[in-house]
Design a protein around this ligand. Structure first.
Ligand code: AMP
Length: 408
């Protein structure tokens, strides 16, 4: 079965086409600048050079049409015809409390996603455009939605509630939801597989450290606590996001700087984090480079960033009364041995013995970077959110087919 995975943003759309028998990516690409002049479609088939097409793509429906045309094109395509796509899976950022697992799309599901627009105004409306665009182009093809928040729906109330009047939770569902759930879910499963131990008897701390960053405490295979909150602003320091701060800073800054609430919100989401402290970049590579060149602000930014990760790891070890493995993933977590070394420096008390040679190895495979006798394992596990979305979509479609055929 071939499954198309879509990650739709407001003016962009990424895609990957999977063959689920082999779990091979047949083609992948992205459409950028949707709704603007000179939209760009970039298409890649393994082993051949990237194709780039510039045209006017005014909406998501046209963007999907262009992608489908590319997938069946004689020159760059990988399919004989469009009927070879048997299902579509979408990434959806916010599933609120309505979705604790992936589901097939129907009218009820679309209605629920719409109700959650308020909680993820930048993401969920764009995902809905992606779903509608696929419906317009492939009306008969089943679609599934996989939510970033769903994995964290197992958190107990003492993890997900904020210590504010409970009427705010009852009326407006103000609570911790957590994000990057697809990634935390994927790497926790892969880590258990790598360790050869049952996931339902493991204490894991997964650190998804990319442009956005979050840590999750995973107890016996279930999310127990996570650092992002009602929105992806809380928790670790990130590329441009502040992460945790005293909420009283918001009204204080508004008064002192004569800013609006929206301006402060934008400051905390887009002009804080690594970018604000280093004054150089939100990209960890550039910050590390500047630090190595002796830049003091870059050094401080790196220290603040790694210190926060270490603090969360310590807190989650206490929360779970122990840890079997700490897992690094995503752009920074997978690629920066310098960052991993700095975070692990403060964890020797818990029994983490980093193996510097193993830590320095670059690889796209899951690997252990602690010594063989380290009490706690530290792993680097490349994340693959698209594969998890494809697997969930595949499972849901097969279940539906089995249910339909048992009714015949
Ligand atoms: P992601 O959001 O997972 O795609 O991660 C993107 C981030 O990974 C970028 O902002 C880079 O700062 C970071 N990154 C990629 N490679 C490296 C590296 N070798 N060292 C440090 N950071 C890296």
């Amino acid at each position: 079965m071939n499954i198309l995975i879509i990650n739709a943003g407001s003016s962009s759309l990424k895609y990957q086409l999977y063959n689920m028998q082999t779990e091979e990516v047949l083609a992948k690409g992205r459409v950028e600048r949707i709704g603007m002049d000179s939209s760009i479609l970039t298409h890649e088939v393994d082993g051949t050079p990237e194709v780039r097409e510039v045209s006017e793509i005014l909406d998501h429906t046209t963007a999907i049409k262009k992608v489908l045309d590319m997938l069946v094109s004689r020159k760059f395509g990988v399919l004989r015809n469009i009927e070879e796509i048997e299902a579509v899976g979408h990434r959806v950022v916010h599933g609120g409390e309505s979705f604790s697992k992936s589901v097939l799309v129907d009218q009820g599901v679309k209605l629920e996603i719409r109700k959650l627009f308020d909680l993820a105004p930048l993401h969920n409306p764009a995902h809905m455009m992606g779903i509608t665009a696929v419906e317009a182009n492939l009306p008969e093809v089943p679609q599934a939605v996989v939510f970033d928040t769903a994995f964290h729906q197992t958190m107990p109330p003492n993890s997900y509630l904020y210590a504010i009047p409970t009427v705010l939770y009852r009326k407006h569902k103000i609570r911790r939801y957590g994000f990057h759930g697809t990634s935390h879910d994927y790497v926790s499963k892969r880590s258990a597989e790598y360790l050869g131990l049952p996931l339902d008897n493991l204490k894991l701390i997964t650190c998804h450290i990319g442009n956005g960053a979050s840590c999750t405490a995973i107890l016996n295979g279930k999310s127990f606590d996570t650092s992002m909150g009602m929105t992806p602003l809380e928790g670790l320091m990130m590329g441009t996001r502040s992460g945790d701060l005293d909420p009283a800073i918001v009204p204080y800054t508004i008064n002192k700087e004569d800013l609006t609430l929206n301006e402060v919100n934008s400051m905390l989401n887009k002009h804080s984090g690594l970018l604000a402290i280093s004054g150089i970049s939100s990209d960890m590579r550039e910050v590390i480079e500047a630090m190595n060149d002796g830049n003091e602000k870059a050094k401080l930014a790196f220290e603040m960033y790694t210190y926060r990760i270490r603090k969360y790891i310590g807190a989650y070890i206490a929360a779970m009364d122990g840890v079997d493995a700490i897992v690094f993933t995503a752009g920074v977590g997978e690629n920066s041995d310098v960052l991993r070394k700095e975070v692990c420096k403060g964890l020797t008390f818990f029994g983490v013995q980093l193996d510097e040679k193993r830590n320095a190895v670059r690889s796209s495979e899951a690997r252990r970077i602690t010594t063989d006798d380290s009490k706690v394992s530290v792993l680097v596990v490349p994340t693959n959110e698209e594969l998890l979305i494809a697997r969930d979509t595949y499972r849901l479609v097969l279940e539906k087919q089995a249910a339909d055929s048992s009714l015949l």
